[in-house]
Ligand binder design. Structure first.
Ligand code: GAL
Length: 956
């Protein structure tokens, strides 16, 4: 055996051919997970092979948990790069410095282990190259980190004292094929199992279960390498493997994951089958399952846990699927490798469309114009085909898998075509996806990532230019809406394009979860936090879930945007003169199910509080159908309140889980006028106006009632979000950088005049950054009716503004004790101009800390939209028009300076921002900037706030 096997392009040697995966059978198995002896060497040949021999004394070695990554267990450190290889590109060679982990464990066979038959040793995932010995005999070596590998070991097994030795190299030729955007984390990170293979055991088998939507019948045929019988008691089926049966059956879909329990019995083994009947094809230029167009409401899922990396336990996998289902997600792309097989069992059971992606990415070759790209070099083709086969053979019996994906970001090449040809030959019943080849020569769908709304609209109309054959293909966005930090913005506008054009079959948000690794100092670590010399910072934290799997506002927004029930007002304005009362339109946006699993409830809200509730009778609506339903006349008879309807669709299964909702305005808000009446009067160094006092010289507000106010003034700065910092794909502009160049983070406030009149105190200022001739000429006009204080801010830009404003409003400090916040407006979570679909109008309460969104890299967050009034720290503020409310225990400048959450420490006042407007969020961290309608141009503006002292419930 050469010592350079890890640098040779072959996939390995000594392993068994790939075969169908299954979780269990009646054959015995022994898990070899657990604590293993471990020794780390700095190079691939750092230590000799004597450890593999029985009798070796590993007493001085450390221990690691298998499955696991040694870099997360105190040996070495993880490295994060997006697409750059963290080693010189010289395929297939890798660096001499090649952390190599020797793993060792001994085991006895259980007493009941049969005396006859074969045995197979299975590794479900080892990164990136393993060489294996059992009882001193070398079994072989393999690459392909997230793919299963098996060895026949029966002849070597002993009843007691078996010695299993595995040498794992971090870097191998396989690393060139595994350049996914994630942490590099070596180790035996998935299960290791010893499987008994009785005489007459099953070999490979392939369940073909099609569904004919015209006849309502399923066709079942199980091809088996070993003769056997297939039974499905519920369907009365008992047939030989290889034979076909046609039966009345319910179809499997992601919405109705109907599985039939069956069994494949060979002479020596019985394997449970979970059969789902479904047929997927492209017809009339769209993807159809069981005869209907489907819409992917998807996410890209990497396997990730903040403590254990890509080692996931079953509960975590189940939590992922349950969370997806609870958030109306119906599809998952297993970016960018086949997941742990148990995840696919859960997708079958709970219902998700799966795009199963091969463990293949060579993105780093883009740095050299794709020269020497392994996917276009036939020496590598056997390795590519090996990867394709290991994925397809393992996962082919999952009804949830409807699409095979060749890999991600590999450029183009003959190797990909070879993979596609092989897959099509082996499994013509599924579709093929690959994004990186615009010709779509090998694929069944046109796929893109991060295309702009305008482009998606053109594609939807089949007006994009490209090869004519491509125009006939369905379209998916395999990645869009980059969920890095605050955002993504623009989801609702994408969804409209998916619903408007049959060709646009939805997409997969990038991505499911932030890959922030638990860290004693930083809370969650990202690229660079382990001292990597080359890294891509927090680009690894771009998920809809925070690392601890709490949903981010992005997930809450996505759930609302993709809700499968449309709820719109048809007549809600309370106009009773023509055609009666208010009405709501309910549309069934499911692809397969009617709405009988839902109950509908309405409430009538008066000034944000529920006044009446009731049940809405919605007729059974088939997919695509809609109905207009009258809402009952509300008993409420008042005139001045703001009123609205809230209509909600809840699961009827007793959980009352909310699937969809909408609010329909009835009577609009009337803003209460505050008559000027009080006269400002001088009192020594102060000016007193109604409940407030001001500094007479500067015009600065000092107190409202008993509450001290600090530094109230115009504010345009926000701590740039990851999306603000990204480069717009069209113009290359980075707003965060542009804002800093302009100096918007250090605006100076020049005092031009303090004017006292009969009924007002007016303070005139010019707000401008050093070194620039642009400015916002700002007047603060204060009036009072005696009890309340009213501020009208007028802003007029001067000079040529070449960038949007981050925000436009005022900021002030409240005493540090301010804590309890109540408001009437959007909630409960944060919202920005293009992330506000899930913001629900009502009365909300929170602590100041509860308003913060814990983005792994601190940045602007926590605004509440459409706020009518808010109370905090003994002050009530009402807006005209409504405003964006933000409060935090640190300034925007401190937020901006922080790199981790642990840098944020409350010190001093609670800072409150009342914004008239906010710049949109967009998806610029990897994609398009905010749409034009969500840009905040520097333009003349005027807005008003009314302040009054109120008792502070939080004060001691
Ligand atoms: C895509 C890539 C993903 C990820 C994303 C940005 O280009 O396929 O793996 O890197 O960009 O987060």
């Amino acid at each position: 055996m050469s010592t350079t096997y890890h640098e040779d392009v072959s996939p390995g040697s000594g392993t068994l051919p790939p075969r169908a995966g299954y979780a269990r059978s009646d054959a015995m198995s022994l898990s070899l997970n657990g604590s293993w002896r471990f020794r780390l060497s700095p190079t691939a040949d750092g230590a000799d092979y004597s450890f593999a021999a029985p009798g070796y004394d590993s007493g001085a070695w450390d221990e690691v948990a298998v499955p696991g990554h040694w870099v997360l267990q105190g040996h070495g450190a993880p490295i994060y790069t997006n697409h750059l290889y963290p080693f010189p590109v010289d395929p297939p060679r890798v660096p001499t410095e090649n952390p190599t982990g020797d793993h060792l464990r001994t085991f006895d066979l259980p007493a009941r282990w049969p005396g006859s038959g074969e045995a197979v040793l299975r590794f479900d995932g080892v990164e990136s190259c393993a060489r294996v010995w059992l009882n001193g005999e070398e079994l072989g070596e393999f690459k392909g980190s997230r793919l299963p590998h098996e060895f026949a070991v029966g002849a070597l097994l002993r009843a007691e004292g078996n010695v299993l030795a595995v040498r794992v190299h971090q870097w191998s030729s396989g690393s060139y094929l595994e350049d996914q955007d994630q942490w590099w984390m070596p180790g035996i990170f998935r299960d290791v199992t010893l499987l008994h293979r009785p005489d007459g055991a099953a070999g490979d088998f392939f369940v073909h279960a099609a569904y004919d939507h015209r006849s309502g019948r399923g066709t079942l045929r199980v091809d088996s390498a070993v003769p056997g019988r297939v039974t499905v008691p519920e369907l009365g089926l008992d047939l030989a493997a290889g034979d076909e049966a046609v039966v009345e059956a319910d179809p499997w879909t992601a919405e109705t994951p109907r599985l039939y329990d069956g069994e494949l019995a060979t002479a020596g083994e019985r394997i449970p089958l979970r059969i789902g009947f479904r047929t997927v094809l492209v017809e009339d230029g769209v993807i159809k399952v069981n005869g209907r167009r489907i819409l992917f409401r998807g996410v890209n899922r990497h396997e990730f846990h903040p403590e254990t990396g890509r080692t996931l336990d079953l509960e975590t996998m189940r939590a992922d699927v349950v969370l997806m289902k609870q958030h109306n997600i119906n599809a998952v792309r297993t970016s960018h490798y086949p997941p742990h097989p148990a995840f696919l069992d859960l997708c079958d059971e709970l219902g998700l469309w799966v795009v199963d992606e091969c463990d293949l990415e060579t993105h780093g070759f883009t740095e050299q114009d794709w020269r020497a790209n392994p996917v276009d070099d036939e020496r590598w083709t056997p390795a590519l085909l090996d990867r394709a086969a290991r994925m397809v053979e393992r996962d082919k019996n999952h009804p949830s898998v409807v699409v095979w994906s060749l890999g991600n970001e590999c450029g183009t090449g003959r190797g990909l075509t070879a993979m596609a040809d092989w897959i099509r030959g082996r499994d013509p019943e599924r579709l093929i996806h690959y994004e990186g080849d615009l010709s779509c020569a090998d694929t069944d769908m046109y796929s893109r990532m991060y295309a702009s709304h305008a482009e998606v609209a053109a594609i939807g109309r089949r007006e994009d230019d490209g090869p004519p054959e491509r125009l006939q293909l369905p379209f998916v966005l395999c990645e869009y809406a980059h969920a890095m930090g605050n955002g993504p913005g623009g989801l609702s506008e994408y969804q409209q394009l998916f619903e408007a054009h049959a060709r646009n079959q939805g997409g997969f948000v990038w991505e499911w979860i932030d890959h922030g690794l638990a860290h004693p100092e930083f809370g969650y670590a990202y690229g660079g936090d382990f001292g990597e010399e080359l890294h891509d910072g927090n680009f690894v934290c771009d998920g809809l879930l925070f690392p601890d799997r709490t949903p981010s506002p992005g997930l809450v927004e996505y759930k609302k945007v993709i809700q499968p029930v449309g709820i719109e007002g048809v007549r809600t304005d309370g106009d009773r003169t023509e055609g009666g009362g208010a009405a709501v339109r309910i549309t069934n946006k499911y692809d397969f199910t009617d709405l009988s699993h839902l109950t509908f409830e309405w409430s009538f809200d008066v000034d944000g509080e529920t006044a009446e509730t009731g049940v809405l009778d919605v007729p059974v609506l088939a997919p695509g159908e809609r109905a207009d339903l009258e809402l009952p006349a509300p008993a409420y008879a008042g005139r001045n309140a703001e009123t609205r309807w809230t209509v909600r669709a809840l699961l009827a299964d007793g959980t009352r889980h909310e699937v969809a909702w909408a609010q329909l305005p009835a009577a609009p808000r009337q803003s209460p006028p505050v008559a000027p009446g009080s006269r400002p009067r001088r009192d020594g160094q102060s000016v007193v106006l109604g409940p407030a006092s001001f500094d007479a010289r500067t015009g600065e507000l000092r107190t409202i009632g008993p509450v001290d106010i600090r530094q109230l003034r115009l504010d345009v700065w926000r701590a740039p979000t990851d999306n603000d910092n990204g480069a717009d794909w069209q113009s290359g502009v980075r707003y965060g950088q542009r804002w800093r160049e302009l100096g918007l983070h250090r605006m100076q406030h020049r005092l031009d005049a303090v004017e006292l009149s009969d009924d007002a105190l007016t303070v005139r200022t010019r707000v401008a950054p050093a070194a620039q001739d642009i400015a916002l000429v700002t007047a603060y006009r204060w009036t009072s009716d005696g009890a309340r204080l009213r501020l009208t801010v007028s802003v007029a830009p001067e000079g040529e503004w070449t960038a949007p404003l981050p925000r436009l409003g005022i900021r002030f400090g409240l005493p540090a004790g301010a804590d309890s916040v109540s408001w009437f407006g959007g909630g409960p979570g944060e919202a920005y101009p293009d992330t506000r679909s899930a913001s629900r109008l009502g009365r909300w309460h929170s602590s100041v800390d509860g308003l913060q969104t814990p983005y792994v890299r601190p940045q602007e967050n926590g605004a509440r939209a459409d706020v009518r009034w808010a109370e905090v720290g003994g002050v009530r503020v009402e807006g005209d028009p409504e405003f964006w409310f933000t409060a935090r225990r640190w300034t925007s400048e401190q937020l901006d300076a922080a790199e981790h959450r642990t840098d944020l420490r409350p010190a001093g006042p609670v800072w409150v921002n009342l914004d008239h407007a906010q710049q949109g969020i967009g998806s610029q961290s990897c994609g398009p900037r905010p749409l034009d309608q969500h840009q905040l141009a520097a333009e003349p503006a005027e807005f008003t706030f009314t302040f009054a002292p109120v008792p502070d419930p939080g004060a001691e």
